[in-house]
Design a protein around this ligand. Structure first.
Ligand code: BG6
Length: 498
């Protein structure tokens, strides 16, 4: 995290009574406060639709902080942070409330000396993004006249290509691109940011980072948790929309992008958008051939019994929403021609694992007596954020002894072995970046649209296929058996995760 102290500003949270604010935003602000990384002049404004007093809000946020803080709460720091909190009532259905909000904000900022810089954080359901932003625009609260005004938009950013385009268009009528911070919490993870450093701060990897040496790439984001109480959101979303165009594509773009000419937002975001737009757009037929979708049925994850997905409250009893998705994608450029990218993600699986596994090609020539080349395992590099953050290399080694025997071994780097890392929510870097105006880790409009463009054929093909081709898998398993065929037909297999 950069050590710059942000400019004085107001941090205005819409959806202040919601889960995201309690679970992540306030604990992240607390960690920033503890690290001395909040502005000296600062205020937090919690916007709620229904009347809530500042005192009640502060108490509520303190309770949330005690529950979700990632480190022991120092009362003095917490109280100082929460003393900056003011509740304001505003509802886009009542435009006058935004006029009042504007007046109250002006007065508050005068009193606090925050100079008019504002970060509006939309921690609301997505259907509120636009109505709120329109009201902020109408009341002039987004105008930058010597001070900055920024908008943080959470995921999901659209539900398909058309809606993402429409949302971008509507937002860009109200603000300019540099004011918009489309957040993806995967970019707050250390290992994810480290992919850039691994590739471009070392001389030894980039020369082999291409189709001449890499056989294929596997990106896995598997979760043990089921859908839980999120039935209503999840049943209209599914694993593909929930995870692929955002989180999995962030991982893919960092692994696959070309070297940027500079480490600045413009250069990095351009090469990311470029590689996402090079993902081959498949026909619906190809999409069906190159994908597997699954839905979990009752099973045991560890010791926990999990019921059928379809039995969750607010999930349709005959739902065909996928809780597991596996895709084969290709990237149409010189670096990656012929190198498949296999992606998989799912809920209620046997393990929580987030990793990128890069499999290298076989050694070109088998010179070892009695060790045919097909018995030598291929080298793997595994970049993982779950269950541990780190990087692992798998390679072949001679087994000690008088004869040549070869076996695969592992070399592991784990963050926690080398660095003392304070436990964090993953939002600290992102929030701090918003405050200092660094949008390198945020998605630009073209990247978001390129991501949706690549998944749209799968969305269409699956919707049209309905229940056909939806495979069930038992909660606690590795996912539908059919997913193995996706790689087996290419003579490959998924890394075993259980
Ligand atoms: C969220 C999804 O964006 O990411 C959730 O909506 C998912 O369904 C979560 O569980 C996964 O995040 P992480 O950091 O636990 O891998």
């Amino acid at each position: 995290m950069a050590q710059d102290k942000p400019d004085p500003c107001s941090f205005i949270i819409f959806g202040v009574t919601g889960d995201l604010t309690h679970r992540l935003v306030i604990p992240a602000l607390y960690n920033l406060a503890a690290g001395g990384l909040l502005p000296d002049k600062f205020c937090v404004v919690g916007v709620a639709r229904k009347g809530i007093t500042s005192e009640v809000l502060r108490r509520d946020l303190m309770t949330g902080l005690r529950k979700f803080a990632t480190r022991p709460v120092d009362d003095a720091i917490a109280e100082q942070l929460l003393s900056c909190v003011t509740a304001i009532e505003a509802d886009p259905k009542d435009p006058a409330s935004f006029d009042t909000m504007r007046e109250r904000l002006d007065a508050l900022e005068q009193a606090r000396g925050t100079g008019g810089n504002r970060l509006f954080y939309l921690a609301t359901p997505p259907d509120a993004f636009l109505p709120i932003t329109r009201e902020l625009g109408r009341t002039g609260m987004l105008k930058e006249n010597g001070m900055w005004r920024r908008l943080v938009v959470e995921k999901p950013f659209g539900t398909d290509l058309a809606s993402a385009r429409a949302l971008n268009k509507a937002l860009l009528e109200l603000l300019t691109e540099h004011q918009i911070y489309r957040i993806d919490h995967y970019l707050g993870k250390e290992t994810v940011q480290n992919i850039l450093v691994l590739r471009f701060a070392n001389g030894m990897f980039e020369p082999i980072w291409n189709r001449n040496h890499i056989d294929h790439v596997q990106i896995t984001v598997d979760e043990r948790l089921g859908v839980g109480h999120r039935g209503s959101f999840y049943d209209t979303t599914g694993a593909l929309r929930d995870m692929v165009p955002n989180h999995l594509f962030q991982l893919l773009s960092l692994v696959a992008m070309e070297p940027p000419v500079k480490f600045d937002a413009q250069s990095v975001r351009s090469v990311k958008a470029e590689v996402l737009s090079a993902i081959q757009t498949q026909s619906e037929r190809e999409a069906l051939h190159n994908s597997v979708r699954g839905q979990y049925v009752a099973g045991k994850v560890g010791d926990a019994e999990i019921g059928d997905y379809r039995s969750i409250a607010q999930v349709q009893p005959n739902s065909t929403t996928e809780t597991y998705a596996a895709l084969k994608l290709t990237i149409d450029n010189w670096r990656w021609a012929g190198v498949p990218f296999y992606l998989r993600t799912g809920k209620a699986l046997c393990t929580k694992r987030t990793e990128i596994a890069i499999k290298f090609k076989h050694a070109p020539f088998a010179m070892f007596r009695d060790t045919p080349v097909h018995q030598l395992s291929q080298n793997y590099m595994i970049i993982s954020t779950e269950p541990t953050e780190g990087i692992e290399l798998q390679f072949n080694t001679k087994v000690p002894g008088p004869t040549i025997n070869i076996d695969g071994v592992e070399m592991k780097f784990r963050y926690k072995d080398y660095f003392k890392v304070e436990p964090s929510t993953g939002y600290e870097t992102l929030i701090h970046d918003c405050m200092i105006g660094d949008n390198i880790l945020f998605q630009r409009a073209d990247s978001v649209e390129a991501g949706w463009q690549a998944v749209q054929p799968f969305i269409d093909a699956w919707r049209n296929a309905g229940a056909d081709g939806l495979h069930t898998y038992a909660a606690g398993s590795e996912g539908p058996a059919k997913a193995d065929e996706l790689l087996a037909r290419d003579g490959r297999s998924w890394r075993k995760l259980g």
